[in-house]
Structures are given as structure tokens and as C-alpha cells.
Design a protein around this ligand. Structure first.
Ligand code: AMP
Length: 285
């Protein structure tokens, strides 16, 4: 497995590998890799001849300095894990390589309103920073396929919109959320949970499952949202939002008949750790 820190070295390697129409899959991450990341890597390995995984804790998508500071960083372990599954290339750039001209230049594209609600409303600047780094990484790697997790449903929808709007020649593939045995969505931030918060964290998943049942039974979405917020609050979380939305455009819906694709998205604080999760309540992504 190759580990590159410089854009130039990565690009030299990739251009030599790209002969004979070998396809390239790309998995951007912020490291502290877990099985969720590895499922993206695995799918890319299955579908391409070359897989590049980037590990870069992007400073421009953190809206709180303390969150950036405490974000877990485990590069040596990450490299071991990637080698063990057979990933061919790791890109581990310093900030200067990703942003040689500083971090101020942002991507100019129409978010089509996808960035105003949920994560966009709660984390100002987060999606602009995320789009900025994904665009820069796509420019560097120019992959055929980009693998992103359903875990960050709104994020992948925004990247999909960016690819379409900027006519980037890469196809986005969304990979299902990998969960712990008790239902908690895997996340790099889970290691920061206190044992007590870790113990009740699966309630988030159980609440999403219950919401799915309630929507199928004909309950209005606003009623389900209110119930979920109340229930999460009384189970030791500080819920930020629980939103039942049209999975194509994230607009609110009233009942199950309003869209062929309905997704519930939620964010809560479990102590000092912010957790997000989502579930498709109706239809297929
Ligand atoms: P991150 O390192 O958190 O930026 O995540 C990198 C990629 O891995 C993103 O596309 C995430 O959506 C995806 N990802 C994170 N957690 C999971 C999970 N539990 N299951 C599937 N994909 C995930």
C-alpha cells in the first residue's frame, strides 16, 4: 500500500496506474477509521481496480474550534486498517497541501436549498467547508467513483448536487450505514462517549425505528417528530432536531403519501458528544 502526503506524488502515481482504463474509487475520510469507513473502502475495492482513501481532518468544516481540537486522530492505526483490507493508496496530506492558497476560497455553486435545514441550520458554515474540501479532493484525485456514507445523508445529497451542478465527471455511490450490534451508528466520535452515554446511545436508533412504524401506521409527521423529541429528551439526550423529510430534497412532508422517499434525520447531544443518525422510513435510496 502506498501512503502519499504530497499532491504531486499522489498524482504521479495515479497517472501511471490509470493506463488500460483502470477505474479509480475514492473514499474521503477524516480518519479515526472504523468498520463504517471500511465498508466504503470494501465496496470501492469490489468495484474498482484502484482505491484511494484520504485522511484529512478538514479545519474549514468545523464550526467549533473545540470540536476540531478534540476530534480523534489515529493515523498509524488507520494505515494498518487500510492495509489489512487491501486498500492500494492512502492520501494523508498536511493542511498546506490541500489549501496552498489559504482556506478562504469557497466553492461557488447553488446548494439548491439543501444546506439551510438540519445540519446546515445547526452548524453554520459546515457544508460550505465540506463542499470546499470535497471539491478540492475531487480535483486532486479525479476518481471515477466517489463513495460516501448514508450516515451523513444531507452531506451526500449536497455533494450529489455539487457534482451535478459543476458537471464533475465522477459518480457518487452511497453506502448503507454500518451499525454496532446494538444499533448505534458507527462514528469516529463514539469513542468520546462516557460509558453511561454509550449505554443509552442505541435509543437513537430505536427512536428512528419507532418513527418508521408510526409513519407506516398513518401518524402525521409533525406528531411523530414531537413524540421523538420528547422521548429523546426524556432518555438523557439533548435533542437538536428530529426531522421527517422528503429524501430527494429534504423538504418537510406531512404524511407518508407525500413522497416516494421519506427519511428521518436526527441530531442529539449525548453529554458533550454530538451524534447524528437517520433512517429511510419509506422507499429506496
Ligand atoms: P468521516 O470520517 O466521518 O468524515 O466519514 C467519512 C465517510 O465515511 C463519510 O462518507 C461518512 O458518511 C462515512 N461514514 C461514517 N460513518 C459511517 C457508518 N457508520 N457507516 C457508513 N458510512 C459511514
Amino acid at each position: 500500500m502506498y501512503v502519499f502526503k504530497r499532491v504531486k506524488d499522489l498524482q504521479n502515481y495515479l497517472s501511471s496506474e490509470r493506463v488500460n482504463k483502470r477505474t479509480l474509487g475514492f473514499v474521503p475520510t477524516m480518519g479515526a477509521l472504523h468498520q463504517g469507513h471500511l465498508s466504503l473502502i470494501q465496496q470501492s475495492l469490489d468495484e474498482n481496480q484502484i482505491t484511494v482513501c484520504s485522511i484529512f481532518v478538514n479545519p474549514t468544516q468545523f464550526n467549533e474550534a473545540s470540536d476540531l481540537e478534540k476530534y480523534p486522530r489515529t493515523p498509524d492505526k488507520d494505515i494498518q486498517k487500510l492495509a489489512s483490507v487491501g486498500c492500494q493508496v492512502v492520501f494523508l496530506p498536511p493542511v498546506q497541501e490541500v489549501y496552498p492558497n489559504g482556506t478562504l476560497e469557497q466553492v461557488d455553486f447553488d446548494f439548491a436549498g439543501l444546506d439551510t435545514m438540519m445540519e446546515g441550520a445547526k452548524r453554520p458554515g459546515h457544508f460550505a467547508g465540506m463542499a470546499q474540501v470535497v471539491k478540492r479532493l475531487l480535483d486532486i484525485v479525479t476518481p471515477n467513483f466517489l463513495y460516501m456514507g448514508q450516515k451523513d445523508y444531507q452531506q451526500q445529497l449536497i455533494v450529489r448536487q455539487m457534482i451535478k451542478e459543476l458537471q464533475i465527471n465522477t459518480k457518487l455511490v452511497m453506502v448503507a450505514t454500518e451499525r454496532e450490534a446494538d444499533g448505534l451508528a458507527m462514528s469516529s466520535r463514539n469513542v468520546l462517549l462516557t460509558p453511561q452515554n454509550r449505554a443509552h446511545a442505541p435509543i437513537l436508533f430505536q427512536t428512528l425505528e419507532e418513527a418508521k412504524k408510526q409513519l407506516a401506521a398513518g401518524t402525521a409527521s409533525t406528531q411523530i417528530e414531537a413524540w421523538a423529541m420528547e422521548s429523546l429528551g426524556s432518555n438523557g439526550f439533548k435533542p437538536e432536531y428530529f426531522s421527517i423529510v422528503n429524501g430527494h430534497n429534504l423538504q418537510t412532508i406531512q404524511t407518508a403519501t407525500d413522497s416516494d422517499l421519506i427519511v428521518a434525520c436526527t441530531a442529539v447531544w449525548a453529554g458533550k458528544v454530538r451524534l447524528i443518525d437517520n433512517m429511510v422510513l419509506k422507499g429506496k435510496v
